[in-house]
Design a protein around this ligand. Structure first.
Ligand SMILES: C[S@@+](CC[C@H](N)C(=O)[O-])C[C@H]1O[C@@H](n2cnc3c(N)ncnc32)[C@H](O)[C@@H]1O
Length: 209
């Protein structure tokens, strides 16, 4: 396996010592793009929130600050990420304000209409079935609930080569705004707003159930 393959493999499912290193980098390196994306959300003091593919749990920690009377769940299919996100949020976990669980985005253990907000930061590229996952997220959101996607890449001319390497080597899907709009609409979402930061190749998408 080449270095880039190893890195992307760990981004897909961080595990072990190498995974821990990657997660620590992601906690730092995704901070700015995450802040930019989170500006789209309206979060109430008592919102019920879920961060899907939560990795090291940094976004969970940020969301918890915005929901002083609410609750934030983090979900990840990597057992190690569940441990690391629990460590990152240990005080809030002890207080029952944050819950980190192991699970798959495409098949979560939650009842219908559970959450006001769902976020997915730098993760949908790796989901085995994005369309199925969007339907699942639609199911667990309350009517009027918000789904926010934050991606540090979308297909464009300037970043074509870099993104092609990711897609080929990392077996990733880097969706365009048009694809996202179509898949979100198909899953039942409405009021879809997608914004780009062209200089940085960033994308933020907000949709409502
Ligand atoms: C690139 S990391 C991003 C982590 C975190 N959101 C961040 O911004 O730092 C992708 C994360 O999504 C998780 N993930 C990927 N596919 C998943 C799936 N189908 N179900 C649950 N978690 C998934 C991985 O385990 C990993 O922690």
């Amino acid at each position: 396996m080449s270095d880039i393959e190893k890195t992307l493999d760990q981004c897909r499912k961080p595990q072990g010592d190498e995974g821990k290193e990657i997660v620590e980098k992601m906690n730092k390196n995704h901070y700015e793009v995450t802040g930019w994306g989170l500006q789209m959300l309206t979060i109430e003091d008592d919102s019920q929130v879920i961060d899907l593919g939560c990795g090291g749990g940094k976004t969970v920690q940020r969301l918890a600050i915005h929901t002083p009377e609410g609750k934030v769940f983090g979900l990840d299919y990597s057992e190690d990420c569940v441990d690391w996100a629990n460590e990152m949020n240990h005080r809030a976990v002890e207080e029952g304000k944050v819950v980190i669980i192991r699970g798959e985005v495409e098949n979560t253990p939650f009842e219908d209409e559970n959450f006001d907000v769902a976020t997915a930061v730098e993760t949908i590229y790796f989901w085995p079935d994005i369309q199925k996952s969007f339907k699942e997220i639609h199911r667990i959101l309350k009517t009027g609930g918000q789904f926010l996607i934050i991606n540090e890449a979308y297909p464009d001319e300037k970043n074509k080569e870099k993104n092609k390497v990711y897609e080929d080597v990392g077996n990733m899907v880097i969706p365009s705004p048009e694809e996202l709009t179509s898949w979100l609409t198909e899953a039942g979402f409405k009021d879809i707003a997608i914004e780009l930061e062209e200089e940085k190749n960033w994308l933020r998408a907000l949709a409502r159930k």
